[in-house]
Ligand binder design. Structure first.
Ligand code: SAH
Ligand code: SF4
Length: 379
C-alpha cells in the first residue's frame, strides 16, 4: 500500500501484503517458508528490530532492514497514569505529523481474564470538527496509511511496552477511538483491520476490534458488507437534529434518522449489538427532551447506550454532567427500555480523550516534551 504524501519511503513491514513479501523473498532466492518466518518474527512481542530475528541468516536481516521500515513511527512520547494501568503515546510519523494512541489494562475479574485495550488513531487530525473534541478543534492533517494504523498497535506490543500488556496479541481489544474519523479513511482502516486480523501477523479476533464513527452512513454500510464481524460504535451525542448539527457537524450531511437507520441495518444483518456513544455535557445534551428522544431512538433493537462524562478540553466553555445528573438520565433511559451504562473515564490525569495530549504539545518538539517529563514538570 502506498500513500502519495509518503512517496519515496521504504514500505513498512507491517503493511506489506503477504504475496509481495513472498515475491521479494523469492527474488532473493529464499525458500518459501521464509515468508511465514519473517511475518511471525516481526510480530513477536520481543522484537525491536530486524536484527532481533535470530532465526534468519544475517544477510537476510540486513536485506530486510534495507528494503523495509521496521516501523512507520519515527519517535514516541509516552506518559503513564492509573499506576501503570493506562499509558498514552504521542507518535511522530516520518513526515512530522503527530497522532495518539492509548493503552488501557484491565485486571482479571471473576471469570473474566485480564484484558488490554488499545485505542488507536485513523487520521492525523479530523475534519468533522466536533466542538467538544480536541482533535476536531485542531483540524485535519492527513489520512494515515494502513501501516501507520497497525504500527500503533505494534508500538504497545513491542519492547518495552509489551511488559505492560500480557504480550499475547490475541488478548487485545482494539478500538478506533483515537484521532480521526475512521470511516472517512475507510479503505486504509479496513486494510489495517485485515492486517491486524491476519493469523500470520497479530491475529487479533475481529470481534475484539471496534470502529467508532461520527455517523458516516456509506461507511457503515460498507462495514456490513466487508467487515461484518467488526463491532460498530456510533457517536450519537444528541437525539435531535437541531442539537446534533452543533455537536457533531457531520449530522448536517447524515441526520440522526439516517445514522440510526444505518445502525439498525448493521444490527439486523450481523445480529450483533451496536454501541451508541453519548458524551454527557452539563446543561447541553443531558435534559429530559434528549432522554425522551433517546428512548425512541435506542429502545426495541440491539443497541446499547454508553454514557461518557465529557472530558473538558482546554479553553472549552463546557463541562461534564455531574454524577447525580448522569444517574438521573440513566434511570430515565432504563425506564424507557434502553440498555445503558456509564463508561469509566480512564486516564483523565493524562488527558486520554481524543487529541488532548497532542494539543498540549503543540509547538514543542517531542524531545523537549520528553526532557520536561524526565525533569518532573508536567508535559
Ligand atoms: N471520530 C470517531 C472516533 C474517534 S473519537 C468518532 O467520533 O466516533 C472517539 C470518541 O471519543 C467519540 O465518541 C468522541 O465523541 C469521544 N470524545 C471526543 N472528545 C471527547 C471529550 N472531550 N470527552 C469525552 N469524549 C470525547
Ligand atoms: Fe472527529 Fe470523532 Fe473528534 Fe468528532 S469526536 S472531531 S468525529 S475525532
Amino acid at each position: 500500500m502506498t500513500d502519495l504524501s509518503l512517496a519515496g519511503l521504504a514500505p513498512a513491514i507491517s503493511e506489506i501484503d503477504t504475496a509481495s513479501l513472498a515475491a521479494w523473498l523469492a527474488a532473493r532466492g529464499e525458500p518459501a517458508y521464509r515468508t511465514g518466518q519473517v511475518l511471525e518474527g516481526v510480530h513477536r512481542p520481543e522484537a525491536s528490530s530486524f536484527a532481533d530475528l535470530a532465526e534468519l541468516p544475517l544477510e537476510l536481516r540486513d536485506g530486510l532492514g534495507a528494503a523495509f521500515r521496521f516501523s512507520t513511527i519515527a519517535d514516541s512520547h509516552v506518559i503513564g497514569a492509573d499506576a501503570g494501568m493506562t499509558a498514552k503515546a504521542v507518535h511522530e510519523l516520518s513526515d512530522g505529523q503527530r497522532i495518539e494512541s492509548v493503552l488501557m489494562r484491565y485486571a482479571a475479574r471473576g471469570a473474566m481474564s485480564e484484558r488490554t485495550t488499545i485505542c488507536i488513531s485513523s487520521q492525523a487530525g479530523c475534519a468533522v470538527n466536533c466542538p467538544f473534541c480536541a482533535t476536531g478543534q485542531a483540524g485535519f492533517g492527513r489520512q494515515l496509511t494502513a501501516g501507520e494504523i497497525v504500527d500503533q498497535v505494534l508500538h504497545w506490543h513491542r519492547p518495552p511496552w509489551n511488559s505492560l500488556g500480557d504480550g499475547r496479541a490475541g488478548h487485545y481489544n482494539i478500538v478506533f477511538m483515537g484521532m480521526g474519523e475512521p470511516l472517512n479513511n475507510a479503505d486504509r482502516v479496513f486494510e489495517a483491520v485485515r492486517l491486524l486480523n491476519d493469523p500470520q501477523r497479530l491475529g487479533i479476533g475481529a470481534r475484539h476490534i471496534t470502529i467508532s464513527t461520527s455517523g458516516v452512513v456509506p461507511g457503515m454500510d460498507r462495514m456490513i458488507e466487508e467487515l461484518p464481524q467488526i463491532n460498530l460504535a456510533i457517536s450519537l451525542h444528541a437525539a435531535t437534529d437541531a442539537l446534533r448539527d452543533e455537536l457533531v457537524p457531520i449530522n448536517r450531511k447524515w441526520p440522526v434518522r439516517e445514522v440510526v437507520a444505518a445502525g439498525r441495518r448493521f444490527a439486523a444483518r450481523t445480529r450483533r449489538r451496536v454501541s451508541l456513544e453519548y458524551v454527557m455535557i452539563d446543561g447541553v445534551n443531558d435534559g429530559d427532551d434528549q432522554a425522551e428522544g433517546l428512548v425512541s431512538i435506542a429502545a426495541g433493537w440491539r443497541s446499547h447506550l454508553n454514557l461518557i462524562p465529557l472530558n473538558p478540553t482546554p479553553g472549552s466553555r463546557w463541562s461534564g454532567t455531574p454524577a447525580a445528573g448522569i444517574e438521573r438520565f440513566v434511570r430515565r433511559l432504563r425506564a424507557g427500555g434502553v440498555s445503558a451504562t456509564v463508561r469509566d473515564t480512564r486516564g483523565r490525569e493524562i488527558d486520554a480523550a481524543c487529541g488532548q495530549l497532542h494539543a498540549q504539545l503543540s509547538g514543542r518538539s517531542l524531545r523537549e516534551a520528553k526532557a520536561a517529563a524526565l525533569a518532573g514538570s508536567p508535559s
